[in-house]
Design a protein around this ligand. Structure first.
Ligand code: HEC
Ligand code: HEC
Ligand code: HEC
Ligand code: HEC
Ligand code: HEC
Length: 230
């Protein structure tokens, strides 16, 4: 009877003692792994704020949106319905450029594409890692405008990534989306709409109202790992 407490002290059998020296090695390795993960996760190599690659055609949003007044959805026409915001097919450009600047050298890749049926090879600007799930329609249909995440595209000659698109940035809004929402009667593509002329009290009143209108009640779900990593 007197022996029993001593044997119960051993949670692991004695033979596992040889593993003891291995534990610190595992711990150091784990720390090393986390450091690497953190360094890559936080470095501009993956987040690429300000990233602005050269495109095969000098297409300008400042001209086509800012000056000509085209709506984003004329070209990115799946943005309200699917995860992905489709780039326009060559047909969309040719609607106008069959007649406008039919011989300009800058538009040659567009005419080549039209003749061959091969799409223009636009270089991707925004690109989340594959282990992150993102969905455009979920945002557009809950009152989040393009400008919240892409900035003033209508003033950009060449598109650049305006926001970090980091996990911390996503979570900042998911924790408290109210100040980022716009009413349904304001187009999601409207680049000018703001609440700057409202008092702080009116702003928070509007935010709370919009949270109800869009049925956004579960900010715990919005912050849970499996919402964005599935
Ligand atoms: C709102 C969306 C969202 C949620 C919720 C979220 N993540 Fe992430 N996570 C991201 C994005 C976006 C990245 C990519 C960041 C980058 O490329 O810089 C990321 C990256 C990561 C990485 C890679 C390393 C790093 O820090 O960049 C890890 C690990 C990770 N998430 C774990 C988690 C865990 C654990 C949770 C739950 C506690 C979680 N995430 C919840 C969006 C989210
Ligand atoms: C006339 C067609 C057209 C219109 C209108 C248009 N875009 Fe674009 N958009 C393009 C093309 C073509 C590209 C690819 C070339 C580039 O990146 O400039 C593009 C690229 C983008 C990208 C970068 C995509 C990536 O690779 O990450 C974003 C973001 C974007 N557009 C947002 C918008 C927003 C927001 C609006 C409205 C304010 C808009 N666009 C209006 C044609 C259009
Ligand atoms: C609604 C009509 C319309 C559509 C659609 C359109 N454009 Fe244009 N585009 C114009 C007009 C108008 C101009 C400016 C003409 C001017 O004032 O010189 C222009 C100018 C341009 C120029 C500048 C040419 C130069 O060198 O001066 C490029 C490049 C261009 N467009 C590419 C595109 C591409 C690529 C698409 C498809 C993604 C597209 N456009 C769709 C109307 C359009
Ligand atoms: C909540 C933030 C957010 C909003 C709002 C948003 N976008 Fe995006 N957009 C992103 C992110 C993040 C990516 C990169 C997605 C990826 O790499 O998987 C992206 C990518 C794109 C692309 C490249 C194609 C793609 O889907 O990867 C286009 C084009 C685009 N957005 C257009 C728009 C337009 C137009 C609007 C408004 C109607 C809009 N976005 C609203 C965050 C947003
Ligand atoms: C400016 C605010 C804002 C930003 C920034 C933002 N989100 Fe969201 N997100 C929302 C809102 C609002 C919803 C809708 C919540 C709901 O359905 O109740 C949402 C919903 C989602 C959903 C849920 C889709 C579904 O129906 O299950 C995912 C996934 C998501 N966001 C991923 C991301 C990722 C990844 C990022 C960063 C790259 C991001 N979001 C950045 C506001 C934002």
């Amino acid at each position: 009877m007197a022996d029993q407490p001593t044997t119960q002290r051993f949670v692991f059998p004695r033979w596992t003692n040889f593993l003891l020296p291995v534990i610190p090695i595992g711990a150091i390795g784990g720390l090393f792994y986390l450091t690497i993960l953190f360094l890559f996760g936080a470095s501009p190599v993956t987040t690429a704020e300000g990233y602005s690659p050269t495109q095969p055609v000098p297409y300008s949003h400042a001209l086509h949106v800012g000056q000509l007044g085209l709506d984003c959805r004329y070209c990115h026409n799946t943005v309200e319905k699917t995860e992905f915001a489709a780039l326009p097919p060559t047909q969309t450009c040719m609607n106008c450029h069959t007649n406008i600047h039919p011989n300009k050298p800058s538009l040659q890749p567009v005419r080549d594409s039209w003749a061959t049926g091969k799409p223009v090879e636009w270089v991707k600007v925004h690109d989340l890692p594959d282990y992150v799930y993102f969905n455009h329609s979920a945002h557009i249909n809950h009152g989040v405008g393009c400008v919240e995440c892409h900035g003033r595209i209508d003033t950009m000659e060449v598109v650049h990534q305006e926001k970090p698109l980091s996990m911390g940035w996503c979570l900042d809004c998911h924790r408290n989306p109210a100040p980022h929402l716009r009413p349904r009667d304001v187009a999601p593509t409207d680049m000018h709409w703001t609440t700057n002329d409202l008092s702080d009290e009116k702003k928070s009143e509007l935010g709370n109202q919009l949270m109800k209108d869009y049925g956004i009640h579960d900010t715990v779900y919005m912050q849970s790992c499996s919402t964005c990593h599935r």
